[in-house]
Design a protein around this ligand. Structure first.
Ligand SMILES: [Zn+2]
Ligand SMILES: [Zn+2]
Length: 392
């Protein structure tokens, strides 16, 4: 029987950890799974544990030299010859330092995203979610921005190579989805769409509207850089309008989306001021477009998200509620149905320095409006128009 949506997860994936003080913490996937289970929204029958990827899979995107260096840096105490090369491959930085077992554990993450693509393209399920993936900054020969291997790019190359699919990649992370964009910059069969905080102030510095692809790929790379302190309405307006036009023009066979949730006001690494509302709305828009244009074929990955207690579990939980069409979603507006499970709050509150919100959505009415709201909205509208310059 064809499943409607599957959830790909294995505890092994939480071992992707640079060091104890690093902001990238896959514990957030475990906490999300626990939230969904306690909410009665993640039956065991939906859950799949994926096999690891192989080196051949990695070679779809990464260079032999880079893979060898990651492997060389994976022992507890790597040999000097590899340590000396770490800098050349971006693996000696504070952001993306090499760590024990990094090759193997990242193969697990890549494996989850490949499994998702296979399950959807073979028609075993309509949708698949793999929150351990979404390492969108890694480049063919370079680790960057907390990302060792680019599972999203490998999964897209696999979908193209094995199934001949035209793939639309949608990146909602607050940081530009640069690694995936550059991997397919001249490829007309892979469209990348990224909404993010403008690179003027934020890593990785790219993602301007005029990065549109090169050669035969021109016009298939779409960037929507938002102003710092952008709020829900403006973000959703720009996302929905540009994405709808992109999908209508590109007509994908498969959508792969990256659900970084670091555009939330609580996130410590960026300056966008959105609430949980965008994490309810964006998956809804993607879901609808997937059914409208590609028979529902939709793979959703994780991504950034550094308030791992107050933001990530709710944001990713909402994405799964949308993908699985859970009835909870319909009741989020009503006070009695919008509460998070009390036993989940009890389990995790002791781990969080901040008080955990007790509802799925935020009480935005009590938030202070951003001082330059009108100015920010006007600038974003200009950006939106420019990003659609070559869209029909
Ligand atoms: Zn659906
Ligand atoms: Zn990010």
């Amino acid at each position: 029987m064809k499943a409607n949506a599957i959830f790909i997860y294995d505890e092994r994936e939480t071992a992707y950890r640079f060091n104890d003080s690093h902001p990238f913490n896959q514990e957030r996937v475990r906490v999300t799974v626990d939230l969904l289970k306690k909410a009665g929204a993640l039956p065991d029958s939906c859950m799949h544990s994926p096999p690891p990827a192989t080196e051949d899979d990695l070679l779809l995107v990464h260079t032999r030299e880079y893979i060898d260096c990651v492997k060389g840096l994976s022992p507890d105490s790597p040999e000097d010859c590899w340590v000396d090369k770490a800098g050349r491959y971006g693996l000696d930085t504070e952001d993306t330092p090499y760590f024990p077992n990094m090759h193997k554990v990242t193969l697990d993450l890549v494996g989850g995203s490949l499994y998702a693509v296979d399950a959807v393209m073979r028609g075993e399920t309509v949708h698949a979610m793999h929150l351990g993936g979404g390492l969108h900054h890694a480049l063919p020969s370079k680790g960057a921005g907390f990302c060792v291997y680019n599972d999203a790019a490998v999964a897209i190359a696999h979908a193209k190579g094995v199934y001949g699919a035209r793939v639309l990649y949608i990146d909602t992370d607050v940081h530009h989805g640069d690694g995936v964009q550059w991997c397919f910059y001249t490829d007309p069969d892979v469209c990348t769409f990224s909404i993010h905080e403008t690179g003027k102030y934020l890593f990785p510095g790219t993602g301007a509207v005029n990065e549109r692809g090169d050669g035969p790929g021109f016009g298939t790379k779409i960037n929507v850089p938002m102003e710092p302190y952008t709020e829900d309405q403006s973000w959703i307006e720009c996302f929905t309008e540009v994405l709808s036009r992109t999908v209508a023009q590109f007509k994908p066979d498969l959508i792969v989306s990256q659900h970084g949730c670091d555009a939330h006001a609580f996130d410590p690494l960026a300056h966008i001021h959105c609430s949980m509302e965008i994490y309810r709305e964006m998956p809804k828009v993607i879901h609808k477009l997937a059914h409208q244009y590609c028979e529902g074929r939709w793979v959703a990955l994780g991504g950034g998200g550094y308030d791992i207690w107050r933001v990530v579990p709710r944001a990713w939980g909402l994405a799964w509620l949308e993908m699985s069409e859970h009835p909870l979603l319909g009741g989020l507006g009503s006070p009695s149905l919008s509460a998070l499970p009390p036993d989940w709050l009890q389990s995790w509150q002791p781990h969080s320095a901040e008080k955990l919100p007790d509802t799925w959505l935020d009480e935005v009415e009590s938030w202070e409006a951003m001082p330059r709201r009108a100015e920010i909205e006007a600038k974003n509208r200009q950006t939106k128009e420019l990003s659609m310059l070559y869209l029909g």
